[in-house]
Design a protein around this ligand. Structure first.
Ligand code: GTP
Length: 302
């Protein structure tokens, strides 16, 4: 049997629908999807099988204009993922068209795209008329030499199979990179931290401090089959800690319950989850926090 395998980077502006597409392709929830932008911080990968091909997805943080150090690390990770990939898929939101952010991504692509296979996936086609779609496709294809254009709705699943079949043909011949039954190479600690962060996002909406990170400190597989997981939520200010805890600790308790329920479903076993909120004024400048998120710490002005 001739097998194929390769890395695929999904790039696009925040909110383009990368996580939604990844979840559809991989068929399991490995990346968090919320209505908030910039939810994807780590370079999360998922693995999909399509015939004899193995597709390894790199779900990159949204590409946006970096301002702060954390932002810059996220953008560097996104481009790093694209530069390492065998195939790049640029996701554009159909109803937003060629925004300033898209312009910048096209410029970035021109730099890394040389000799690389780059596909265009126009997402959220459920939100526009077909004429708009056609002119957007034409415009984008005059701006960059895309290998193929796909019109998709990641949410509804339209066009996703075609894209996956095409990707399966484009990845290079070679042995599979991961055992077939392994859907994601993301360490479980990180998935667990992402789940808690998702629950915090859902619970706090606008109140959620941007400067917040969740880390899994300890993971213990117990003899009785259950897992004991300790996590720390880092915030930069005392006031943020108060928001997270809520009245009599109600907020963090509800978050913990929701995260535990999802973890139990994901792992198929009992979970004991312990959350702690810590104030760490400088976590945004600490190298260790970055490596926990799979990001590279870069020196420079904040
Ligand atoms: N109408 C519509 N909405 C979609 C579609 N695909 C994704 N969305 C929505 O768009 C929002 C953003 O989707 P995500 O998958 O989180 O986007 P992302 O690109 O991963 O975002 P970041 O993590 O911020 O980089 C979510 O509310 C999705 O439900 C689609 O095909 N149609």
């Amino acid at each position: 049997m001739k097998t194929r395998a390769g890395f695929i980077a999904l790039i696009g502006e925040p909110n383009a629908g990368k996580s939604t597409l990844l979840n559809r392709m991989v068929g399991a929830k490995v990346s968090i999807v919320t209505h908030k932008v910039q939810t994807t911080r780590a370079r999360i990968r998922g693995v999909a099988m399509e015939g004899d091909s193995q597709l390894v997805f790199v779900d990159t943080p949204g590409l946006f204009q970096p301002r702060r150090r954390l932002d810059r690390a996220m953008v560097a990770a996104a481009w790093g993922g694209a530069a390492d990939a065998d195939v790049v898929v640029l996701m554009i939101e159909a109803h937003r068209g060629i925004t300033e952010g898209v312009e910048r991504i096209l410029e970035g692509l021109a730099e890394i795209g040389e000799g690389r296979t780059v596909a265009l996936a126009i997402n959220k086609i459920d939100r526009v008329q077909s004429e708009v779609l056609l002119s957007l496709t034409q415009d984008l294809n005059t701006r960059y030499n895309f290998a193929e254009t796909f019109m998709i709705s990641a949410e509804r699943g339209h066009g996703v199979d075609d894209l996956r079949t095409w990707l399966a043909e484009k990845v290079p011949e070679g042995p599979w990179l991961y055992p077939e039954d392994q859907i994601a190479d993301l360490p479980m600690r990180m998935i667990a931290a992402e789940m808690t962060r998702e629950k915090l996002t859902l619970r706090l909406h606008q109140e959620l401090p941007y400067q917040l990170t969740v880390e899994t400190e300890n993971w213990e597989d117990r003899k009785d089959g259950s897992a004991k997981i300790d996590q720390i939520v880092y915030v930069v200010r005392d006031g943020h800690k108060g928001i997270l805890l809520g009245k009599k600790g109600e907020t963090i308790k509800a978050v913990g319950q929701a995260a535990r329920a999802e973890l139990e479903e994901f792992l198929g076993r009992k979970v004991h989850l312990f959350l702690q909120v810590k104030v760490r004024p400088n976590w945004l400048d600490e190298a260790e926090r970055y490596s926990e998120m799979g990001l590279e710490f870069k020196d420079g002005n904040v």
